[in-house]
Design a protein around this ligand. Structure first.
Ligand SMILES: NC(=O)c1ccc[n+]([C@@H]2O[C@H](COP(=O)([O-])OP(=O)(O)OC[C@H]3O[C@@H](n4cnc5c(N)ncnc54)[C@H](OP(=O)(O)O)[C@@H]3O)[C@@H](O)[C@H]2O)c1
Length: 273
């Protein structure tokens, strides 16, 4: 028997970036725990597939094509969810990108780009800076702004922002990414204070290394893969479902007394120097 405090039955969740990877796993775990789910991202087939899997679990689902960098899209996502399901209890801001590149080309020996990495031979552009900040930070601001009045009105809500272990420490060739995730962590801490009086919990999941579309280039490179594993005390990469399980805890009544926290989910990597 499952402790009822860990269930989210009758609750409605929005999961951004729910078409694949960690967001897909989060959407399915929330559905398994009882939630109806609105799945958002730009690739329609992927969000429709996730929505179909949610329905197979016996929950209601909505696939809403959304570019999380665009205010109109994000406002529309929240409104569609309200129109369809009547309320929003859980917001998971998971959509994100993780480009790997040196800030400017390195003098002397160049790092070898893994498959899918951005061009290492020229300086990072302002457009790339904006793309990372818009996708990883602006998106969180827009979605919280869109659900805030509704959650405040009900004096109830769970906001879960997916940052990264990289938001808590430095990583080579990840300046923009780690800066964006650090911003998400501190945005969440401040919002947790601001919204605590409405019983809205705001917490952060900081994943370590998980095999997804975003990381497959790095993980396919045997040298990088071995190096990454060497830095994980539990000696394996995480399973996307493990992020989903933590999201269920943070979405459920079991975490009602937890807010403003960042949960590392990294096989112990953060305890290494
Ligand atoms: N995998 C890891 O090891 C790891 C580690 C730490 C943190 N994270 C974080 O976890 C989150 C999910 O990562 P992942 O590994 O699952 O990546 P992924 O497999 O590439 O999935 C990213 C998701 O975000 C969506 N997305 C990206 N840009 C978007 C936009 N402008 N508008 C709407 N949706 C957008 C993508 O859909 P579309 O492209 O179809 O829009 C996709 O559904 C990210 O925030 C990432 O930084 C991942």
């Amino acid at each position: 028997m499952v402790l009822k405090d860990f269930l989210v039955e009758g609750r409605v969740a929005i999961v951004t970036g729910g078409g694949r990877g960690l967001g897909h796993a989060i959407a399915l775990c929330l559905a398994e725990a009882g939630a109806d789910v609105a799945v958002a991202a730009r690739t329609r087939e992927q969000i429709e597939d996730t929505a179909a899997e949610v329905r197979k679990l016996g929950r209601r689902a909505l696939a809403v094509p959304t570019d999380v960098t665009q205010a109109d899209d994000v406002d529309g996502l929240v409104q569609r969810t309200l129109d369809e399901f009547g309320h929003v209890d859980i917001l998971v801001n998971n959509a994100g990108i993780a480009p790997v590149r040196p800030l400017v080309p390195m003098l002397g020996s160049q790092p070898k780009p893994a498959a899918g990495a951005w061009d290492f031979s020229r300086p990072t552009s302002e457009e790339e800076f904006d793309l990372v900040m818009d996708t990883n930070v602006r998106s969180v601001f827009l979605a919280c702004r869109a659900v805030g009045p509704h959650m405040m009105g009900r004096s109830k809500g769970k906001v879960i922002n997916v940052a990264s272990m990289g938001g808590l420490r430095g990583w080579d060739y990840h300046t923009l990414y780690t800066a964006s995730k650090a911003a998400v962590i501190n945005f969440s801490r401040s919002l947790a204070r601001e919204w605590a009086r409405y019983d809205i919990n705001v917490n952060v999941i900081a994943p370590g290394r998980f095999p997804t579309e975003a990381t497959k280039g790095q993980m396919a490179d045997e040298h990088i893969r071995r190096d990454l594993l060497r830095r994980i005390p539990l000696k394996r990469f995480g399973e996307p479902r493990e992020v989903g399980l933590l999201a269920v805890y943070l979405a459920s009544p079991a975490s009602d007394y937890v807010t403003g926290q960042t949960f590392g989910l990294d096989g112990g990597a953060m305890v290494l120097p």
